[in-house]
Ligand binder design. Structure first.
Ligand code: NAD
Length: 362
């Protein structure tokens, strides 16, 4: 069992009995992977998602189909129940009725307007979804006495930081985008609800997440898509900027560990713990797609941070979390999924076919 160092807090008493997890944003990228993991182990899952068109909602609908299949597969004595609501977390009446109709034991709050640049164009939408939406959920969670409230924060809260490794105890009062400011505000609100009502809250600062069914607006999938199709990509800056890219199964592992181990009020970095430069990132995508990138180099964008790298010491000590999938392996798996979803044979398959079809030399 985990013995946290004395400088860290101890977990609160664990929940007894079956978990009923209200999973907001469960039709999205990280949400649908999390839902699969929870259903697989037998938790009841109540999804709320507004299926908005920030990216193609058909992707979110097809994610829900996967969840239905997962729930149907996870049968037996302790069969998990999956319920899906289409609606907004800012709809107080709908949310109150969901809490009234389900014995929600845990909240896993992943719904948000995500993305740094769009938040600069439409700050009110971000404030409404991310701040008002989170407050609606915190209010209901404390009224219904849920055992644990876990929510997605973001590495973007470190925006103005000058250190090489971001650790949870550093000053994050310098957000450099509206998106980052909304995520920092969620952390403040969670603190308030924990303080006033003893609601256990845990914020998870995710570091650029990628993998199967990833967000099409984010660099990993955007680059895989464009490089595969031979379309041009835009490289902002000289390519030396580096990010801590985290493969989605590692993030899901951290989310599930957090749900199972409630703290009074904590935030954790969930990252890989090492950075990959943009140049190496593009090189890895080229390696697995078998295509050369056609790059246009542009200046850095406002709101972008030059590097992100998680210190994962705290998550390791308190949650037993550690990322296990390397960047190379994550990109390999993501490209394989992308090829499968788009009917593209992998380079290895093509090579094998060529070998088989080549006439034998005399
Ligand atoms: P996503 O956009 O795929 O998932 C978010 C989901 O929330 C979507 O399905 C969306 O339809 C839903 N949603 C948005 N507004 C809603 C509303 N008002 N009511 C109900 N549902 C709503 O994004 P994701 O990458 O899976 O992100 C999940 C969470 O993790 C978000 O909170 C995001 O800010 C955070 N995060 C993600 C990353 C990353 O790299 N993907 C990094 C840091 C933080």
């Amino acid at each position: 069992s985990l013995t946290p160092p004395p400088c860290y807090s101890a977990p609160v008493a664990p929940h007894v009995g079956k978990k009923v997890v209200l999973l907001t944003g469960g039709a999205g990228f990280i949400g649908s992977h999390t839902a699969q993991a929870l259903l697989r182990r037998g938790d009841d899952v109540v999804v709320i998602d507004d299926f908005n068109d920030y990216y193609d909602p058909a992707i979110k609908r097809s994610n829900v189909e996967l969840l239905k299949a997962q729930a149907a597969m996870s049968g037996g004595m302790n069969a998990p129940e999956l319920t899906v609501y289409a609606g907004s977390i800012t709809d107080t009446k709908l949310m109150a009725s969901i809490f009234a109709d389900h014995a929600v034991s845990h909240v896993c709050h992943l719904a948000a307007r995500a993305g740094v640049r769009p938040s600069i164009d439409d700050p009110l939408l971000y404030v409404d979804t991310n701040i008002t939406g989170t407050t609606v959920l915190l209010e209901l969670a404390r009224k219904h006495g849920v055992a644990n409230f876990v929510y997605a924060s973001s590495s973007s809260v470190y925006g103005g930081s000058k250190s090489a490794y971001f650790s949870e105890d550093e000053d994050v009062s310098n957000p450099v985008s509206q998106y980052a400011a909304t995520k920092k505000t969620c952390e403040l609100l969670a603190h308030t609800y924990s303080h006033l009502y003893q609601l256990p809250t845990t914020g998870l600062r995710f570091f650029t997440v990628f993998g199967e069914r990833g967000r099409p607006d984010m660099a990993p999938l955007m680059f895989i898509n464009k490089i595969s199709k031979g379309e041009g990509i835009r490289q902002f800056g000289d390519g030396s900027s580096s990010r801590d890219y985290t493969y989605v199964s590692d993030i899901v592992d951290g989310v599930v560990r957090s749900l199972d181990r409630a703290y009074k009020n904590e935030v954790f970095n969930l990252g890989k713990g090492s950075g990959t430069s943009l140049i190496d990132f593009i090189g890895t995508v080229e390696k697995y797609t078998g295509k050369k990138a056609n790059k246009t180099i542009l200046p850095d964008q406002p709101g972008d941070v030059p590097y992100t790298c998680a210190s994962t010491d705290k998550a390791r000590a308190l949650l037993g979390y550690s990322a296990t999938v390397s960047f190379d392996e994550g990109i390999r798996k993501t490209v394989a999924w992308y090829n499968d979803a788009n009917g593209i044979s992998s380079m290895n398959e093509l090579n094998t076919k060529v070998k088989v079809e080549r006439p034998a030399r005399k």
